[in-house]
Design a protein. Structure first.
Length: 378
């Protein structure tokens, strides 16, 4: 989606290979292609699209209305980003709840100095991109910087495209625009966030897989999964997307039982720490969340088949499916259409045929029936 966004800013021919064929990526692409003709945008369930298009709208003197699904309009506060953009000259109207979409935004913003809470990296990335298109010097001061690898990916894009930007420990950024985005070619790399589920399957089913051909020099933070596997404790402030699958790995003694920094995973497609706790406890898991101390403890133990729901969160749905592979009994998960957001063919490919029988119907429900232990192979 970054590649598509910078292609739009380039207004030149750019060549992008290996684009994920997912509904929200295609919707984002369509919105960018028709940007000059539209003034109302529905980002569906995509937080990245929401924040990037807010930034784009802040560069224009026209009014743009942005909305999304239930998660976007109830669980994705945008006030830190909006407050910074308003400091720079944007005008914003909230139409339902303060600090949340739907909203109308109007620019153009100017250069300047702003402060921003950095709990959500998408706010930081969006502001960096917006200011890269504004004439003059700007400075962003960030408190509580989290999810740093995602910001690093954005910074890498900006630098490769020719912007001079200084990053001081992810707490202060100095840059000078406007950046004229040149034509570029890119092959989108494999996604470590999606790969995490396949790694978890190999660990839980004790299948020997060779991941040596992966590019561990890639800036994606979720490559840290391979490090977390050998730890008793881990902190996910920089890798919140790994939380759901780490919880499953912990239940099978394949990952850390103490997971810290969980607050960064609470304002995603769902409130992930509590959504996963609720569903896994239906399967017999014992999980304690210490909200004030910002960590959880996942006690390893057996799981049992149960009726579950995805909370309309792709990472929750896929993590629950992995959890069900060695549970005692059949598991059903409702609302699994959401996995198309990042892994459209997940249920067709995530586990070998001998490990479980997977049934998926048109209503968005999947049934996972593990094979009997005596016929499973390691």
């Amino acid at each position: 989606m970054r590649a598509l966004f910078f292609k739009h800013l380039a207004k030149k021919d750019c060549h992008i290979e290996n684009i994920l064929d997912a509904p929200e990526v295609q919707e984002f692409k369509k919105n960018l292609e028709n940007w000059d003709e539209i003034d109302r945008v529905d980002v569906k369930n995509s937080g990245l699209a929401l924040h990037f298009l807010i930034a784009l709208a802040a560069l224009s003197c026209k009014k743009t209305f942005l909305t999304g699904d239930y998660s976007i309009c109830n669980l994705r506060p945008v006030e830190p980003l909006i407050s910074a953009l308003c400091t720079l000259g944007a005008k914003v109207t909230y139409h339902q709840n303060w600090g949340l979409p739907p909203l109308t935004i109007e620019g153009p913003i100017k250069n300047g100095k702003v402060h921003l809470d950095g709990t959500n990296s998408q706010h930081v990335s969006s502001l960096l991109i917006a200011l890269s298109q504004v004439e003059g010097k700007s400075e962003i001061t960030v408190t509580n910087p989290c999810e740093k690898p995602y910001v690093e990916i954005t910074l890498d894009w900006l630098k490769k495209l020719g912007l001079r930007v200084e990053n001081r420990d992810f707490s202060t950024y100095s840059l000078e625009g406007p950046l004229t985005v040149p034509s570029f070619k890119i092959t989108v790399p494999p996604d470590f966030s999606s790969l995490a589920f396949l790694v978890a399957v190999s660990k839980i089913l004790e299948i020997k897989e060779d991941f040596s051909d992966l590019d561990f020099q890639d800036l994606q933070g979720d490559k840290r999964l391979f490090f977390y596997l050998n730890q008793e404790k881990c902190c996910i402030k920089d890798t919140p997307d790994l939380l759901p699958i780490l919880m499953v790995l912990a239940l099978y003694k394949k990952g850390p039982s103490f997971i810290q920094g969980i607050h960064v995973a609470r304002q995603k497609e769902s409130d992930r720490p509590f959504a996963m706790k609720k569903e896994l406890e239906k399967m017999g898991a014992k999980i304690e969340i210490f909200e004030k101390e910002d960590y959880m403890y996942v006690q390893p133990g057996p799981l049992f088949g149960a009726k579950l729901t995805s909370h309309n969160d792709h990472r929750v749905a896929m993590s629950l499916a992995v959890a069900a592979l060695k549970a005692h009994g059949t598991t059903t998960i409702e609302g699994v259409q959401c996995v198309s957001k990042s892994f459209p063919n997940f249920f067709e490919t995530f586990c070998p045929d001998w490990a479980a029988k997977i049934g998926k119907d048109d209503t968005g429900q999947v049934t996972i029936e593990p094979a009997r232990s005596e016929i499973c192979r390691s």
